[in-house]
Design a protein around this ligand. Structure first.
Ligand SMILES: [Zn+2]
Length: 211
């Protein structure tokens, strides 16, 4: 049996969110305890909370929503790349050490995964993300999907340029992964975001399957 790694964050009200955004709310609108015929829950959340994908329309005008993302990009062989502990921003320089040949889907494992392992409940502005120079390299290498283990692919103080470069290059961005139990290497990636019409992002269940 091939091992399946669930790299999805569990959605709880305590999960850190982007500063200023509310956490999820899941509450009962029907309850057996209160005499209703079934338990029925209602979910309220931002589409960029927890493990999720970004659609081109997140940063670009007149671009497709999440329902149009290609399943061919979302499912297939992916390479988990370990970023050295001391790296605070992934740049062109960082990626020079990485061999991208043949990879269509890449996932950066950084020190960010420790936050999830520790159960950190406050947003960390010092997370590892990439800059515009790294985004350009990723587009040039013909990558179709790029993932990372924090709530944004881009470094905290530099959101717009990296997102625009990646989304403009037709790359699916996968954010909020927990890679603490996954080692570098090749896996089968299955990333299935909710099919929300016109949405700039969507929560996803994401697994890596041993090859
Ligand atoms: Zn996002």
């Amino acid at each position: 049996m091939k091992k399946i790694y669930d790299i999805t964050l569990t959605l709880t009200p305590e999960l850190p969110t982007w500063p200023g955004e509310p956490g999820i709310q899941l509450y009962r609108t029907g309850s057996l305890e209160h005499g209703d015929s079934a338990n029925v829950s209602k979910l309220e959340m931002m589409v960029h909370t927890g493990t999720h994908v970004d659609a081109p329309s997140h940063f670009l005008p007149n671009q497709p929503g999440v329902e149009e993302l290609s399943l061919d990009a979302l499912v297939g062989t992916a390479t988990v790349i370990q970023i050295p502990e001391g790296c605070n921003t992934i740049t062109e320089e960082t990626l020079k050490a990485v061999d991208f040949r043949g990879n269509q889907r890449i996932i950066f494992k950084t020190r960010n995964s420790y936050y999830w392992q520790k159960g950190e409940t406050t947003f960390q502005t010092g997370y590892v993300g990439l800059d515009a120079s790294a985004a350009k390299i990723i587009v040039e290498c013909g990558i179709r999907l790029v993932g990372i283990d924090y709530l944004s692919i881009a470094a905290y103080h530099d959101q717009i340029a990296p997102h625009k470069i990646l989304l403009g290059g037709g790359i699916v961005i996968l954010e909020g992964l927990d890679l603490s139990l996954v080692e570098a290497g090749n896996y089968l990636l299955c990333c299935l975001p909710l099919k929300l019409q016109g949405s700039d992002g969507a929560p996803a269940r994401v697994v890596l399957i041993e090859q």
